[in-house]
Design a protein around this ligand. Structure first.
Ligand SMILES: NC(=O)c1ccc[n+]([C@@H]2O[C@H](COP(=O)([O-])OP(=O)(O)OC[C@H]3O[C@@H](n4cnc5c(N)ncnc54)[C@H](O)[C@@H]3O)[C@@H](O)[C@H]2O)c1
Length: 370
């Protein structure tokens, strides 16, 4: 990376969970980027995070961060309803932008961003960090090499114990504000299915359950334009898991994204639990232990995907390298999420091209004992 002009000087808006636990530790390990300013409306949180990562400039109003001439790039890590105004403001101030997923609350907002970004020399990417997960990259290569043959099925599960966390803000509990498993979790797969399978999602059918929060648990099936059938199991009220299983006519791939040795290729006519598969898996795991130990201290394999994402962002600025995970990719994943939200409200499958332009709220009879 050409860093002769010095590191990219980054300002981050929103000092919540993803900034404190993922972005800031990841960026600390890179020489091409330096976080020089933070903004958050929560004064205590802002100071606590800025103290922890020794960041001097602190703003309660994000517009002051945008006006700071020392900041050359901005990460928008505030709740979904602020993504568009903050990203547009950053572009207007001449800053490069990384906007967290999902891109926006509506297709109109996404289109405005795409239009403004096209008129700006600044780089803009959307934060689907799993594109930079080492195992996802390896899986993509194997699929492109044809190791799986024609793909039949993609099965994914993303679950977490969000309900056990103490400081969950209101927006995470409301679908219309970007919360719940469709907007928060499933959107990662809407992007990954496109990235891994080089195909577009045509139709989705989602079912969710809402208790104290909207869409706490859900299932979803999707039909891709290359004939692949995809499903996702999602819950914010159980144990941590993030897995993808891709079944082809010549073999299958199993990815467990929180495990350093979480990629398994199963050729045709092989039982995954047989002794030779177990032994070769054990040998492969042993070989990867040094890397696992290295990354364990920094938060594990999953966390490394954020390092990859930020390295790519810095390189795209320093070297004007082609961008991955563009605004158009973000719009596409958003459109699938909007179709999924409508499906969960109506109980009917929804064609992605016919998705509503905004988030469909929960139907009245789905608002259980909120
Ligand atoms: N890529 C990923 O894997 C990943 C993971 C988690 C969250 N996210 C995304 O990142 C974003 C933030 O998620 P989070 O989990 O950190 O949320 P969070 O609720 O933990 O934090 C949001 C922060 O934004 C602050 N904020 C709210 N309004 C603001 C404003 N007007 N100006 C400045 N700050 C404001 C809040 O005070 C809070 O500190 C969301 O879009 C979410 O979907 C991405």
């Amino acid at each position: 990376m050409d860093v002769s002009k010095g590191p990219v000087r980054l300002g981050i808006i929103g000092c919540g969970n993803v900034t404190e636990k993922r972005h800031l530790p990841a960026i600390q390990s890179l020489s091409g980027l330096q976080v020089v300013a933070l903004a958050d409306i929560d004064h205590d949180r802002l100071n606590r995070v800025a103290d922890r990562f020794r960041i001097a400039k602190r703003y309660n109003d994000y517009r002051a961060l945008l006006a700071d001439q020392d900041v050359s790039a901005v990460a928008v890590c505030a709740p979904l309803s602020f993504h568009t105004e903050m990203a547009l403001g950053a572009l207007e101030a001449g800053k490069h932008v990384l906007v967290e997923k999902p891109l926006a609350s509506s297709l109109d907002q996404a289109d405005t961003l795409i239009e403004r970004a096209a008129q700006s020399p600044c780089r803009v990417i959307v934060g689907y960090n799993l594109r930079w997960h080492r195992l996802v990259r390896q899986a993509r290569e194997l699929i492109q090499q044809g190791k799986l043959g024609r793909i039949e099925l993609a099965v994914a599960s993303f679950t977490a114990g969000t309900h056990y966390k103490r400081d969950v803000l209101e927006w995470k509990k409301r679908r219309a504000l970007g919360g719940g498993v469709l907007m928060e979790f499933a959107t990662h797969y809407f992007d990954l299915w496109r990235f891994l399978l080089d195909a577009e999602v045509q139709e989705v059918h989602a079912t969710t359950r809402s208790d104290q929060w909207d869409d706490v648990t859900g299932t979803l099936t999707a039909y891709l334009n290359n004939g692949v059938l995809a499903t996702a199991y999602l819950s914010e009220w159980t144990t941590e898991r993030n897995e993808l299983h891709i079944y082809g006519q010549a073999g299958s791939l199993h990815l467990s994204l929180y495990r350093f040795d979480g990629l398994e290729y199963v050729p045709l006519f092989t039982a995954p639990g047989d002794i030779s598969s177990r032994l070769s898996r054990f040998a492969r795991s042993l070989k990867q232990v040094p890397r696992a130990v290295r990354y364990y201290r920094r938060g594990g394999e999953y966390y490394a995907s954020f390092i990859g994402q930020w390295r790519h962002f810095a390189e795209s600025i320093h070297e004007a390298a082609p961008l991955e995970c563009t605004l158009e990719d973000g719009r596409r994943a958003l459109q699938i999420a909007l179709a999924a939200a409508k499906s969960a409200s109506t109980g009917q499958p929804v064609r992605v091209e016919q998705a509503p332009r905004e988030i469909t709220p929960l139907a009245q009879d789905q608002l259980a004992d909120n």
